[in-house]
Write a protein that binds this ligand. Structure first.
Ligand SMILES: NC(=O)c1ccc[n+]([C@@H]2O[C@H](COP(=O)([O-])OP(=O)(O)OC[C@H]3O[C@@H](n4cnc5c(N)ncnc54)[C@H](OP(=O)(O)O)[C@@H]3O)[C@@H](O)[C@H]2O)c1
Length: 288
């Protein structure tokens, strides 16, 4: 069993042990997550550096590009080390204008699972998240039928573990009534803390919470309080934001995105920053 030396140590997604410090591959596609990267060799270098640094959790989706990041992951890392676990998402497609329309009917979900297997070069997907809602966030709507389609694919041996993404707490509960999940991937960071109660409830049940946009996503986190803490610690706002997330709860897994090896290294080091109780109290005021 791999024991990560990265900040935060390890977590179990079902029977899969992953480093709590992971990597989100979305930023490797072109502008607004459409098309190929401007720097193909640079994108491969980021993925290889992630694995060399000891990251064993890479988050992706065939909607990125579309099909761009999965193919980059395969080109950079296949055959995959046994320790590496790629987590993907299904439930949305891309339209010609870069939109993210839902694609959660049974036939679309089956096709997306097979496309992920094909593009990643795998026989089984480690974790598949059912991505709900839309680009603005979660939408209250039934999820059991779509989730049941993924359970069927899991029973066929194509998926090891399931999760949900962009989900309300009610949808998380609805999915869990159909089958066990190992993770929830929702927007959450220092400034957006709608899921505080959900994180604690999932922690009590041993389910991972994986914040997307941990650094603010397309609008980088900006706050005087965050900058003040970073200045006081001789660090950067990004590092403080990641260290705060790791400290928030043991079931929080990080998947910060970057297209830069330098930022990747900076983030790994930064996430290990020690925050005092006073620092945390100051940071907690940002999103409350
Ligand atoms: N489930 C969903 O619906 C959903 C939605 C969005 C994202 N995701 C997943 O979540 C992952 C994380 O989200 P994200 O990548 O969109 O947002 P993010 O991690 O919050 O932020 C990424 C942005 O921060 C910049 N950055 C990273 N490290 C930096 C540093 N040290 N200094 C300065 N800038 C830095 C990156 O630019 P550089 O490239 O220049 O470093 C990039 O623009 C994605 O990769 C994806 O896998 C899931």
């Amino acid at each position: 069993m791999a024991i990560s030396t990265l900040p935060g140590g390890d977590w179990s997604l079902g029977d899969l042990r992953v480093s709590r410090f992971g990597y989100g591959a979305m930023q490797l596609a072109g502008p607004w997550v459409m098309g190929p990267p401007a720097d193909h060799a640079g994108a491969l270098a980021v993925l290889r550096a992630a694995v060399e640094l000891g990251i064993t959790h890479v988050d992706t989706s065939d909607a990125y590009g579309p099909h761009v990041t999965n193919r980059l992951i395969r080109e950079a890392l296949h055959p995959y080390p046994d320790s590496l676990h790629v987590v993907t998402k299904v439930g949305a497609r891309r339209d010609a204008r870069g939109g993210w329309p839902a694609a959660r009917d049974p036939e679309s979900l089956r096709r997306q699972v097979h496309e992920n297997l094909d593009h990643l070069g795998l026989d089984v997907l480690d974790v598949v998240n059912l991505r709900l809602g839309d680009a603005q966030g979660p939408v209250a709507e039934p999820v059991a039928a779509a989730f049941a389609t993924l359970v069927e694919l899991q029973q066929q041996g194509l998926i090891r573990h399931l999760g949900v993404s962009n989900a309300t707490p009610e949808q998380v509960a609805e999915a869990r009534a159909v089958a066990p999940i190992v993770c929830v991937q929702n927007r959450y960071n220092l400034a957006h803390r709608e899921d505080d109660d959900l994180i604690d409830a999932l922690a009590a049940d041993g389910v991972a919470y994986v914040p997307f946009f941990p650094l603010g996503g397309f609008s980088p986190l900006q706050s005087d309080a965050l900058s003040a803490v970073a200045d006081r610690l001789g660090s950067t706002p990004m590092s403080v934001a990641l260290a705060w997330l790791l400290r928030r709860s043991p079931n929080v897994l990080l998947i910060p995105g970057t297209s830069s090896v330098a930022h990747l290294r900076e983030n790994v080091t930064g996430a290990g920053l020690e925050l005092s109780a006073d620092d945390v109290a100051e940071l907690d005021k940002i999103g409350r």
